[in-house]
Design a protein around this ligand. Structure first.
Ligand SMILES: C[S@@+](CC[C@H](N)C(=O)[O-])C[C@H]1O[C@@H](n2cnc3c(N)ncnc32)[C@H](O)[C@@H]1O
Length: 199
């Protein structure tokens, strides 16, 4: 997505770094105590969320369609042997890795053509006790992105009804959703949810 290639160099800001760290803390409350986690960050961008999970023996794989975003990702984690990225569109292609203990994604699902299908695809990449943690906008009126069409936006957020339907379709025994932030933009409030899907 050319939009993200252009944004890559200026993507990381102190505000986004702080916010992503707070999102990671929320996700960690759902994690089992485990010495090492194999983690996939879908739509990783520059790895803002995933960077908070690079500790102990964890391994992080980032997937993104934007070469520019992944260049920053690679620069940031060049010293980390346990981190790597894959440039691909997961709606159209597959990856060779699987058995992930944790799959995380922030603000990427509204760029997907078929998010429900992606949940099914991510489920196949999970370890038996794995967890999927999706962060995205609650349903909004289309005003969040200044130019949705050119920014590759396919959904104006997702209501609780929609994320519940993903859990049902994916046959996940455990599913929760909570609002973890309210983003304020141009005097409008946009709630952000964390949805957890697990076996
Ligand atoms: C709004 S950015 C969020 C980036 C990062 N997760 C963050 O929180 O800073 C959305 C990201 O999803 C990626 N993306 C969109 N569709 C994708 C797809 N089908 N497969 C992989 N990555 C995708 C974009 O290239 C972009 O980097």
């Amino acid at each position: 997505m050319s939009h993200f290639n252009q944004m890559a160099n200026t993507w990381d800001t102190p505000e986004k770094i702080k916010l992503s760290a707070s999102y990671a803390e929320k996700i960690k409350t759902y994690l089992p105590k485990q010495e090492s986690l194999k983690i996939l960050e879908f739509g990783c961008g520059t790895g803002l969320l995933g960077s908070n999970f690079i500790y102990e023996k964890n391994q992080l794989t980032g997937i993104d369609t934007s070469k520019g975003m992944l260049e920053i990702f690679e620069q940031k984690f060049s010293n980390q042997k346990n981190v790597h990225s894959i440039l691909l569109n997961l709606e159209e292609q597959d990856i060779n890795e699987n058995n992930f203990d944790l799959i995380i994604s922030a603000m990427a699902f509204h760029h997907l053509i078929d998010p429900a299908k992606m949940i099914l695809k991510l489920k196949k990449l999970l370890s038996p006790n794995g967890i999927i943690a999706i962060i995205d906008l609650d349903q909004e009126d289309g005003s969040f992105h200044p130019d949705p069409k050119n920014m590759g936006v396919h959904h104006f957020g997702f209501s609780e009804e929609v994320t519940n339907s993903w859990a049902i379709k994916g046959n996940f025994p455990k599913h929760t959703r909570e609002i973890i932030n309210i983003m304020n933009k141009d005097k409008n409030n946009y709630p952000v949810f964390l949805a957890i899907f697990s076996n």
